[in-house]
Design a protein around this ligand. Structure first.
Ligand SMILES: Nc1ncnc2c1ncn2[C@@H]1O[C@H](COP(=O)(O)OP(=O)(O)OP(=O)(O)O)[C@@H](O)[C@H]1O
Ligand SMILES: [Mg+2]
Length: 503
């Protein structure tokens, strides 16, 4: 009877302990202490499953050195077997048991015959979370293994719930921290240009221009290859301007069919055409007091160009189907990856529109012309995707320098996508050069080769340009001058990408 109430007290003490804190380390240690205090168990351990092993997390009666040795593969030794099978094991006499590993060496000095070893799984639903085990000196005969085992099972189920709960809390905490961090990054990204990386002199110039131009209402034309950050800069101009609290409205001129584009821009009244069942406001109206960003403006059809021109000049337009003129206060930012002067020459882009747009030109250099920024960009994207994926992928300096030699036709977007892929595909080890996509490795070594033959290449290119410029850009005449055939000349002009005006 006395024994019975002792067991109840033990359970009560343990449950009190578990209710007091969710710090797993602390509570597991406390539970072990209670067990030894009340039940005269010699030693006790709690091992938890981590990465396919049962690792001792708390113990009573073991030295720290002994504790550190307590690591069992599933199926290995008694603790490992219980962890694997999820069934309790009782070794009535430790000395007789060959699988008894005594890994920690804790029982070296005791005559083994007197010790029983009881080991129960810590289970939540059908999942084994760990193993609770105790040593008991026998001799006090009132106690049977069955009563001990029953008590340990109750304790282990209390522990199981506690472990589950504390892990859940831990996870929620981590999620919250991650969310807080992304929010911080987003906030920074929206209002500060600091989010855009660019310590290279060329980018510093761009940033300086952004600072200056943001204050004004001037129209800005951003040019640069795909993925160089045109949209990022357009947003920076808006969010750094006095209009920051007003709408930033984006329209991609290339993504919308011509017929729809006009409605998108200017809106329509009810009944303006079949299907116009309600009045609709266009992007220019929505952008009132804010900024309108016309992306891919080079793709604007010749038909629509005069209409845009009028809004830019007059800041007024009519909704389709209406005669009423609407006046708006809108700041215009346009962007294109196309060569607008060339389109103007080819008659595909109105010259007057071009000059209206090109009030403040801003050119974003391709990434290969500002390789100094690559290291910082890699670090920034690595941090971003590690955060998104809860990983800690690292990239070796050699791999980064290989990346710096690559041409990055897709510019920052390509770099960003590459880093994301590396983070997702990572095997946990540091990313080395050989882990990079083959095209990056190959073109990096080709670039080295190109660099060596560069002087030759440059010299010939210059010779051809010189010959052309003194021959009024007439290929045949220049060919004669150089002593090559017109066909050879045509080939070289194409090969070196020589165009008129590119001298
Ligand atoms: N200076 C920079 N620092 C950090 N990230 C950048 C920078 N410039 C661009 N990025 C990132 O690179 C990606 C591509 O940028 P963005 O969409 O602005 O380019 P784009 O020139 O508009 O490209 P496209 O012509 O393909 O539309 C985005 O994810 C953007 O956040
Ligand atoms: Mg873009």
């Amino acid at each position: 009877m006395e024994n019975h109430s002792l067991q109840l007290t033990t359970l009560y003490e343990i449950s009190k302990l578990l209710g007091a804190s969710i710090d797993l380390n602390k509570t597991l240690k406390g539970a072990m202490r209670v067990l030894s205090d009340f039940l005269e168990m010699q030693r006790g351990t709690v091992a938890l499953i981590e990465g396919g092993e049962a690792v001792i997390k708390a113990a009573h009666g073991l030295t720290i050195a002994e504790l550190q040795l307590g690591r069992y593969k599933l199926g290995e030794g008694i603790i490992g077997q219980v962890a694997k099978s999820g069934y309790p094991i009782v070794v009535p006499n430790v000395g007789d048991e060959p699988v008894f590993l005594n890994r920690t060496g804790a029982r070296k000095n005791i005559k083994k015959d007197n010790i029983a070893f009881l080991c129960v799984p810590i289970m939540f639903k059908r999942e084994v979370l760990g193993v609770l085990s105790v040593d008991r000196l026998f001799g006090d005969d009132e106690v049977t293994f069955d009563t001990d085992l029953r008590l340990l099972k109750i304790i282990s189920s209390l522990l199981a719930q506690h472990i589950k709960l504390s892990r859940q809390v831990e996870k929620e905490m981590q999620d919250l921290i991650a969310e807080r961090d992304t929010l911080k990054i987003e906030l920074k990204g929206k209002y500060r240009i600091e989010n855009a990386i660019g310590n290279s002199p060329v980018m510093q110039e761009v940033f300086e221009a952004v600072h200056k131009v943001a204050r004004s209402k001037a129209t800005v034309l951003i040019t640069g290859e795909s993925g160089t950050g045109k949209e990022l800069i357009a947003k920076a101009i808006h969010y750094m301007s006095p209009r920051a609290m007003q709408p930033f409205i984006k329209l991609n001129c290339a993504a919308i069919p011509d017929g729809l584009l006009e409605t998108e821009l200017f809106g329509h009244v009810k009944g303006a055409f079949t299907g116009a069942t309600a009045i609709r406001r266009g992007r220019f109206e929505l952008a009132h007091k804010g900024t309108i960003f016309l992306d891919e403006i080079g793709d604007l059809s010749l038909g629509l160009q005069p209409k845009i021109l009028r809004v830019i000049q007059e800041r007024e337009f009519e909704r389709i189907g209406s005669e009423k003129t609407i006046t708006v206060d809108v700041r215009l930012v346009a962007a294109t990856a196309k060569d607008l002067p060339k389109l103007v020459r080819e008659g595909k882009f109105r010259e007057d529109l071009y000059y209206r747009l090109n009030v403040v030109p801003m050119f974003l250099p391709p990434l290969r012309d500002r390789k100094e920024d690559i290291g910082e960009l890699v670090a920034c994207f690595l941090a971003k995707f590690n955060n998104e994926n809860s990983t800690r992928v690292e990239i070796s300096p050699e791999a980064i320098s290989t990346m710096a030699r690559y041409q990055w036709q897709g510019n920052i977007r390509e770099l960003e996508n590459t880093i994301e892929r590396l983070v997702i595909m990572s095997t946990g080890k540091k990313v080395q050069t050989q882990d990079l996509p083959i095209n990056i490795r190959e073109s990096a070594s080709a670039a080295e080769y190109d660099n060596r033959i560069m002087p030759l290449y440059q010299a010939e290119k210059e010779r051809i340009i010189n010959a052309l410029s003194v021959s009024d850009w007439i290929h045949a005449r220049a060919a004669k001058l150089l002593g090559i055939s017109p066909r050879q000349m045509g080939y070289k002009v194409r090969k070196y990408g020589i165009g008129k005006g590119l001298s």
